[in-house]
Design a protein around this ligand. Structure first.
Ligand code: OOB
Length: 551
């Protein structure tokens, strides 16, 4: 067994002890938990604003002292309700101030949030709760016209581990959040702090175990690289439970710096520009389609955006043209970010020359982020199969905040990681002489729909559950606005003729996030096959491209 697998437990793989010792000696892992971080930031900045949010159109503002107290009360309440250290708790909250209080409350109680997105529905929640054997689900009553409490209760009824559903805003939650604070034992900083979700390339999203030690390192460095100071104001425009607005530098980077986080209920230009003006926002992060929408809207806005110094763009490739328009249109500097919930995060630096900022997706946070660009045609390429400098290859990485394995996914880990512990990102990159990476494509069976990731296989499985579907193949179609949209090719069973509309409705009604419902459904007689008889997605993509040409 290789080094990387030495500490493989039944649930997840950790770093080999000698590697962990090296990361500690280098000062990356400091033995601090998130709960302890909030305590120390509060000691330094008690009266400064920590969180700003909106409730029924009214602005709500909490200082660090208030956030700290709320988190203590929630932790005590959770403990009293039977949550014990190590319990997994599926958290599905939109961008509301309570997100911060509940997350830090869970951390102080030693529980592990499982960060579901507000867009997730029954099928995903069921998977997260089941896979993590969650003890509880915390959600809101309703958001964007979806009854989240009902979904959570339906999942709880079917997943035996789930003992309670807590609805933020309910009387029951109010009571829990009013509990008398009490000191709880600080969890192990080297232990898991939470489970993030992978974009997925096979089946349902995998769970990503991140520790206090490793994640806090990436948060601290992100705050430094993005020059956050106590006077900075970060706008969380995207759903805050996603790794990007959470930590790159995100609300946690802001908190670490003693800066305020403003939680935007929606990312549209009207909402975001209103908050940028009223809260004097200095920095925010968006995905490319949103950056394009903001650039367009900026031309005719009457809002004062002059406080904004930095716009991060990432989650999907930001094309050169868009990159060039951002600074002039929004009166701020662009910072590109290429990251992944599994770990590695790259940023362009504030002092990088324009050529780098406009034309690359940045370089890694850490000098100890090991990067290998390997043979792109060999899915099993090892970390030794590197291509020549400047050539395109598949990106492998290993380092002080990149996981060594997914949670409870031994079989998948065997292919997603190399023998020596490198994560196969599935991204195709080119590395320049300065170490900056340019993302040029992807080898994984994932569709990146404007930053929202979905595994082709997950959607194929939903389609195949339809009695009129014999086979399904889902591919990405290039799209000017989203970068990519989803196209499902379907072969019907003999004698049936399901329509595109019917199949889209069928997928939606199986309870999946709206961004996974195929944008386009094409019913065909048969799929083109490869030499070995597998469905040729390459040919399906080519057929789509030809179709687009004709139009
Ligand atoms: C972020 O995280 P995930 O886990 O939703 O998605 C990761 C994947 C990457 O492997 C890559 O395929 C793609 O998203 N990606 C980009 C990109 N940033 C992410 N592809 C091209 N250019 C970029 N700038 O998306 C994420 C996590 C932390 C910070 C930022 C993004």
């Amino acid at each position: 067994m290789s080094d990387a697998r030495v500490n493989a437990g039944p649930d997840h793989v950790v770093w080999p002890p000698e590697v962990a010792a090296r990361y500690r000696a280098a000062g990356y892992w400091r033995g601090q938990t998130f709960g302890a971080l909030l305590t120390s930031v509060t000691a330094a900045h008690a009266g400064r604003t920590a969180v700003v949010g909106e409730r029924n159109g009214e602005i709500e503002r909490w200082t660090f002292a208030e956030l700290d107290e709320r988190a203590h009360r929630i932790a005590a309440g959770l403990a009293a309700s039977g949550i014990v250290p190590g319990d997994r708790v599926v958290l599905q909250l939109p961008n509301i101030p309570e997100f911060m209080a509940v997350v830090f409350g869970l951390w102080r109680a030693g529980a592990w949030p499982v960060f579901a997105l507000p867009a997730h529905r029954d099928s995903e929640l069921r998977h997260f709760a089941g896979q993590s054997e969650a003890a509880a689900i915390i959600t809101v009553a309703e958001h964007e016209r979806h009854d989240h409490a009902a979904t959570a209760r339906a999942v709880a009824a079917d997943v035996p581990s789930v003992r309670q559903v807590l609805v933020v805003g309910s009387a029951e939650f109010g009571e829990l959040a009013a509990s008398e604070p009490r000191e709880l034992p600080d969890p192990d900083p080297a232990g898991v702090a939470f489970l993030q979700l992978s974009g997925g390339s096979t089946g349902l999203p995998k769970l990503i175990p991140r520790t206090h030690d490793d994640y806090l390192y990436s948060v601290r460095e992100s705050a430094r690289i993005c020059a956050l100071r106590p006077e900075s104001v970060y706008l969380a425009a995207l759903p805050v439970s996603h790794n990007y607005p959470l930590s790159s530098p995100g609300v946690l980077g802001a908190l670490h710096a003693g800066a305020a986080s403003v939680l935007a209920p929606r990312p549209d230009p009207d909402t975001a520009f209103r908050l940028i003006e009223s809260e004097r926002v200095t920095i925010t992060g968006v995905v490319p389609p949103l950056a394009a929408a903001w650039v367009q809207a900026a031309a005719r806005t009457t809002r004062d955006l002059s406080s904004l110094d930095t716009l991060l763009v990432g989650g999907a490739k930001c094309g050169r043209e868009l990159a060039e328009r951002i600074g002039p249109a929004l009166g701020c500097r662009l910072q590109q970010v290429f990251g992944m919930a599994e770990g590695l995060v790259c940023y362009t630096r504030l002092d990088d020359p324009d050529e780098i900022v406009l034309g690359t997706q940045g370089r890694p946070i850490s000098l100890d982020d090991e990067i290998r660009v390997v043979d792109p045609d060999d899915p099993a390429a090892s970390s030794a199969d590197v291509v020549a400098p400047g050539e395109i290859g598949a990106l492998l990485t290993r380092g002080p905040y990149t996981i060594r394995g997914y949670y409870r996914a031994a079989a998948h880990n065997a292919t997603a990681f190399t023998e020596d512990g490198f994560y196969r990102t599935g991204d195709l990159v080119r590395r320049g002489p300065s170490g900056h990476l340019e993302v040029v494509g992807r080898t994984k069976e994932q569709i990146n729909r404007g930053g929202e990731k979905l595994a082709a296989e997950e959607v194929e499985n939903h389609l195949m559950a339809h009695p009129g579907v014999l086979d399904a193949a889902v591919v990405g179609v290039p799209d000017e606005y989203l970068g990519e949209r989803t196209c499902a090719y379907v072969v019907p069973t003999a004698g049936s003729a399901p329509t595109a509309a019917e199949l889209r409705r069928f997928v939606r009604e199986r309870g999946v996030a709206a961004f996974k419902v195929p944008d386009l459904v094409l019913v065909v007689d048969a799929f083109p096959v490869t030499g070995v008889g597998k469905t040729s997605k390459r040919e399906l993509r080519a057929a789509l491209a030809a179709l687009a040409e004709k139009r």
